[in-house]
Write a protein that binds this ligand. Sequence first.
Ligand code: NAP
Ligand code: FE
Length: 364
Amino acid sequence: MNTFYMPTKILSGENVVLEKAQELAVLGQKAMIITGRASSRLNGSLRDMEEALSRIYIDYVIFDEVEQNPSLETMMRAAELGKKEDVDFLVGVGGGSPLDAAKFVGVLMKNPELSGPEVFERKNLQSIPIVAVPTTSGTGSEVTQYAVITLHEEKTKKNYGQTIFPTLAFHDPKYTLDLPLSVTINTAVDALSHLVEGYLNRNANLLSDTIAEMGMRIWGQCVDPLLTAKLDGQVREKLMVASTLGGILIAQTGTSLPHGMGYALTFNKGVPHGLANGVIYVEYLRSFKNKAKVSKLPELLGIKDYESFEEVLGRLTIVDSITVTDEEIRDYSLGVFENKAKLANHPEEVTYEDIYKIYRDSLR
Ligand code: NAP
Ligand code: FE
């Protein structure tokens, strides 16, 4: 039995935030914009959202302290501000970090009696309305129910376990035009990893595979531009669509092993999220015993053969200068092996040794 659920209304096109400002009017009287420290001011997304809210006479405050891989502590501070300012809805503007932050803060504001850690223990919590304006093309967070938060006390990143989809998402690829090459590649690899992990997933079905295959075909058209840094508006648009399809897909299937494995590299070694998944991809794909779907990937991506596909993956996932000891690899492997949710999405039986081998062969 399969369910398909993705209730976010997506509005897309050039200047869509201003053109469709009216869509925000029903969400409340006062908003809090949740964003990162700098980039949304530089790429115009914050200015557009401020202008959109002003045009329809919605008052707003800005919380602009969301760091990469947002922490629970930052979420609590943002929620305090939102409560003090009595805001009705939240607008996440930025990459996956501010978008995830908006969802988590929305839950804290709707449930003021809960402490931050309690959100992870409870089920079916509601949120105040969330609007998402992505400025990276990677996470698809604007169309997923997930929010991945850094828990310093637990020394890891964790999904909060709630099902909060943004009410509205505004897609304007112009905000990504000046995304630095490294962030463009890392986030594009994240999008690819969603498409592949949703495809090679125990929850995959004909409908989800159709989305995955379509997403990979679009992503595949961006391979040369990514390798040669020729990233014009059309490529930016394709990357955003591929990222959104990846989000819609994992909203149904969940992610799988590489996402579970990448968190340790991000938390302990500071490797950006997309790259942290991507760096183990070649070995992850080699670990499959049943190659039926794995062997289709090059064709879906428009790459001539499997060897060239591995070469592309290698060229897009270069990590400079991290050292990981064998003891650390054993520690990470154990953490992943105990993450039963991620293991359950992997379509084959997987042992601790399998995970250890993927890490070891990827990181040596
Ligand atoms: P990010 O952490 O949101 O942002 C990375 C960097 O890119 C930041 O320095 C940010 O600057 C900058 N940036 C963002 N947009 C920019 C633009 N248009 N131009 C120039 N710089 C820009 O990166 P992300 O990869 O999008 O998100 C990663 C997070 O999302 C991770 O925490 C990951 O676990 C999570 N995630 C969530 C889902 C989901 O379904 N919810 C899926 C995958 C990953 P500022 O800090 O100044 O804004
Ligand atoms: Fe991801």
